[in-house]
Design a protein around this ligand. Structure first.
Ligand code: ARG
Length: 264
């Protein structure tokens, strides 16, 4: 089932040869981080027929460590075409010893596309409004036993929180302010001593969909090419930055952060 789920999507626009090349290059950046000892392993989940968005592996689940136990919540995707992806990701986590925590709510929840942890922090932020629904967040918070701060999203081009919010550590976050409601912005201003706005041109080029990782005191970021201002902020914050091209995936509304899922 192929449908238009966000304003970036253009059916038939993707150059498939280029798409495969870009995906392989991104995979190789992660594999190199394994070789270099920064990451422990990189596993590839095979795609399945009739699931054209399955490559966006940030959305189908939310994995977490709950008092030292590996758990995951399967998402309740808003679009039928994406609901079909969830069992494949659930199987991956079950096969890797994760315990499944099932949401009783019928409201939508789109995993790590909307629910984002602050590196080295102790709370979660969740976007809501376009995909995830605010009503589900109390239950998610109870299941994971952690505070969740809801943030209302108001610009449909930034439909998932991972398209407009990039926390670097408990003190610092990059964001596109106009993607948030006034109340959400006030909350962010109260939470982060340093909030840095990026230009909308870069946010539309998915600069905030970068993947930032902090491990053993080392900071690494992977970001879509052509985002000099966002990249400079990352470098100033101590991140070694890898630039990749994800143009064919941006035509579906996603870039680096959407195309991976961290597990441990
Ligand atoms: N076409 C997909 C959708 O609209 C893109 C998902 C991108 N993922 C993300 N975490 N922002 O559902």
């Amino acid at each position: 089932m192929i449908d238009v789920k966000n304003p970036h999507m253009r059916i038939g626009a993707v150059d498939k040869t280029l798409m495969h090349e870009q995906w392989q290059n991104l995979r190789d950046v992660y594999r190199d981080l394994v070789k270099d000892g920064f990451l422990e392993e990189c596993q590839i989940l095979a795609g399945e027929a009739e699931r054209e968005d399955m490559v966006f592996s940030a959305n189908q689940t939310f994995p977490w460590l709950l008092d030292g136990e590996k758990v995951f919540i399967p998402s309740k995707m808003r679009h039928l075409s994406r609901k079909l992806e969830v069992p494949f990701y659930a199987k991956f986590f079950l096969d890797h010893g994760y315990k499944e925590l099932i949401l009783q709510s019928d409201h939508f929840f789109e995993g790590m596309g909307d629910l984002i942890a602050v590196p080295m922090g102790n709370k979660l932020f969740s976007g809501y409004g376009f995909r995830t629904q605010a009503q589900v967040l109390v239950e998610v918070s109870q299941l994971l036993n952690i505070e969740i701060i809801p943030l209302e999203l108001v610009d449909e081009r930034f439909y998932h929180l991972d398209t407009c919010f990039l926390p670097l550590d408990p003190q610092t976050a990059l964001l596109l302010p106009q993607a948030f409601s006034r109340v959400a912005l006030d909350t962010l201003e109260e939470t982060f001593p340093t909030l840095i706005s990026v230009p909308i041109e870069e946010a539309l080029n998915f600069s905030l969909n970068a993947h930032v990782m902090i491990r053993g005191g080392r900071r690494v970021a992977i970001i879509q090419k052509g985002n000099p201002i966002t990249s400079r902020f990352l470098e100033q914050a101590g991140f070694k930055t890898f630039h990749v091209e994800t143009s064919e995936f941006m035509k579906a509304g996603g870039s680096v952060f959407c195309m991976k899922m961290m597990f441990w």
